[in-house]
Design a protein around this ligand. Sequence first.
Ligand code: AMP
Ligand code: GLY
Length: 426
Amino acid sequence: MRVLVIGSGAREHTLCWALSRSPRLTKLYCAPGNGGTASVAENVSLDPMDFGACAEWAARNAIDLTLIGPEDPLSGGIVDVFEQRGLAVFGPTAAAARIESSKLWSKSLMERAGVPTATAARFTDHSAAAAWVRQRAANAEPFPLVVKADGLAAGKGVFIVEDERDALAALDHLMRERTLGDAGASLLIEEYMRGVELSLFALTDGERIFPLAPACDYKRACDQDEGPNTGGMGAYSPPKFATPELLATIEREILRPTVAALAADGSPFRGLLYAGLMLTDEGPKVVEFNCRFGDPETQVVLPRLQSDLLELCAAVAAGRLDTVPAPVWSDEATCGVVMASGGYPDAYEKGKPISGLDALDDDILAFHAGAQRAADGSLITSGGRVLTLVARGATVTAARERVYANIARVRFDGARWRSDIGAREA
Ligand code: AMP
Ligand code: GLY
């Protein structure tokens, strides 16, 4: 099969790496790709947001399957454009991608489907939201609360507010100053849930589902979950607390009803459904759904997959998950640590030479994100999250030791990373 992957992060490098091991693969392209995808695929200079150009290129190059990595083209309707041209594509339509692109829509879907999630109030108007916050404070109802922009905000649309003043500031920020543009024109104010977070992905063809291996993501910039939210600073798989019983509960109470509700709504979801979960005292509840593979969880989940990813993704795109066996997983654990540019997630410099990748032990995987080849062939930084280094081991702790034994061998000016990824499993 001739395959095209759309995107340019470490997630897409990992997808390319996993696809490149498929005996079904004859040619792999990545658009636009990065310095890492170039080593397993041929990079093609296409803009993921130019859906017509991507579809035209896929048609002209006899692509048998296109996988869409990021949420922006998915929520903009790239899959709809491919499907209109009769091209096989892995990912949800814009209508199904609303599960990520509109938190209000997603919350309503969960409520209709009886899926456990934080209770929420919805607002499209600043004065109504502010009055609601003031009323709650006057009644001495508990904080924190969580204010969430409706639209896509690359991790910047969630505010955990400790009191009335914080809450009103978040409302001003989103609805008056419009710092996130239209994404913040509507918002949710929801119950703050306490517990441990878990990411569980499921492949679905709109009807059937195959949950993938569970993982934990670390979203805050600094150790001990301090500092600002980021795209993700590291991940590991599998967490000890993700027992078969817990996973069965999540599949039964969350994944299956959600997939059924999407189909009943007339927007069946084909692709990868990502459940971000909080394990509360009352059981697992949804924090958010995403309409795509997570980053950096993909970097630790796919190296544990023993089945053929291409076969699975082709079956999803064909709506025929019943024709392939359920995924098989390695018993080995993985631990992945993101190396970021100094300053990330705020302003950072680019163009720093990266050295030392050739000094990594042979079994360490280095998935590239903001790393690109300069004109002279050397590797330089080009983004906030630069690399995810992943190690495997008999346990998460063993994998964690391997990844941290290697990480300081990779060097670029200002490089920083969290030192506690996977530490809670020890
Ligand atoms: P999201 O972008 O919705 O994943 O939110 C980013 C992070 O904010 C999540 O990973 C959680 O750590 C936190 N968060 C979001 N919603 C809630 C909630 N209702 N209760 C507690 N924490 C939350
Ligand atoms: N790991 C969080 C995300 O992919 O959104």
